[in-house]
Design a binder for this molecule. Structure first.
Ligand code: ZN
Ligand code: ZN
Length: 255
């Protein structure tokens, strides 16, 4: 056995007591030193593995792990609460703020709907009461008052999530686009300006009226709202009594 073979065997089987191995060790000083180092290393390794595990270590490790997980869960929950709280604050503390945010999105939706039917504002020929009544009937709405006179356009239009009746009313030569959103409820009337459009949102009994015009000068929102309130809610018109009767009829859609 030469030195190379001895070192190879020693590395592979440090505990081997094979005769030819011990024979080379006993006549080669360098390999004897290597053998001693290998045995010392093996003894240290064995001693390290022999160290006894402290009493209850396994339980302590498991407990620390479980506690760590609980702390992590608690931190995650605290973070979720903090996020929810700041979201509520951002919305203005609860439902009221949310409703306001929703109402503010109406101008955006209404203005975005205008370009496709922009030419409807240039129509001047009144379409007549039957066409108006039909336009509302498509949305399941019965007019409770007389249809306004100078209506030049009617179409059933989806506007965002709302199934609207899209109309154009002309007052004193000024066209006003009118979107009626059945069942949509807003807290109060509000005016808005957006992308060159002037608008007003008006709550009705069972829906919401959104009026828009891109014309300057006096904006006849008051008159247009009055006309449509009379037609849709039946207020201030000859149909008031009938409107109230329909109002109390069972089975009507809740607002
Ligand atoms: Zn040797
Ligand atoms: Zn439309």
């Amino acid at each position: 056995m030469d030195c190379l073979e001895f070192r190879r065997r020693l590395g592979a089987e440090p505990h081997s007591r094979a005769a030819e191995l011990l024979a080379h060790r006993d006549r080669c000083a360098a390999c004897a030193a290597a053998w001693e180092r290998a045995q010392a290393f093996e003894r240290e390794l064995h001693a390290a593995l022999e160290v006894s595990v402290p009493e209850g270590l396994a339980e302590r490790v498991l407990l620390a792990q479980a506690t760590g997980e609980r702390r992590q869960q608690t931190r995650r929950r605290q973070l979720a609460f903090a996020l929810a709280a700041s979201l509520l604050l951002a919305l203005g503390l609860g439902g009221y703020g949310w409703k306001q945010l929703d109402a503010r999105s109406l101008p955006a939706l209404a203005v975005a709907h205008m370009p496709d039917e922009i030419h409807s504002l240039d129509l001047v020929q009144p379409i007549g009461a039957p066409a108006i009544v039909d336009g509302f009937a498509v949305r399941g709405v019965s007019l409770r008052g007389p249809a306004p006179a100078d209506v030049t356009y009617v179409h059933d239009c989806p506007v965002g999530p709302y199934k609207t009746v899209h109309l154009v009313s002309r007052v004193g030569g000024t066209p006003v686009a009118v979107l009626y959103l059945p069942h949509k409820q807003v807290a109060k009337a509000s005016d808005f300006q957006r992308d060159g459009w002037h608008g007003r949102i008006v709550p009705l009994q069972h829906g919401t009226l959104v009026m828009l015009t891109d014309r300057g000068g006096a904006r006849p929102f008051d008159a247009v709202a009055r006309h449509w309130r009379a037609a849709i809610d039946g207020e201030g018109g000859a149909q008031t009594a009938q409107g109230r009767a329909v109002n109390k009829a069972p089975g009507r859609l809740a607002p």
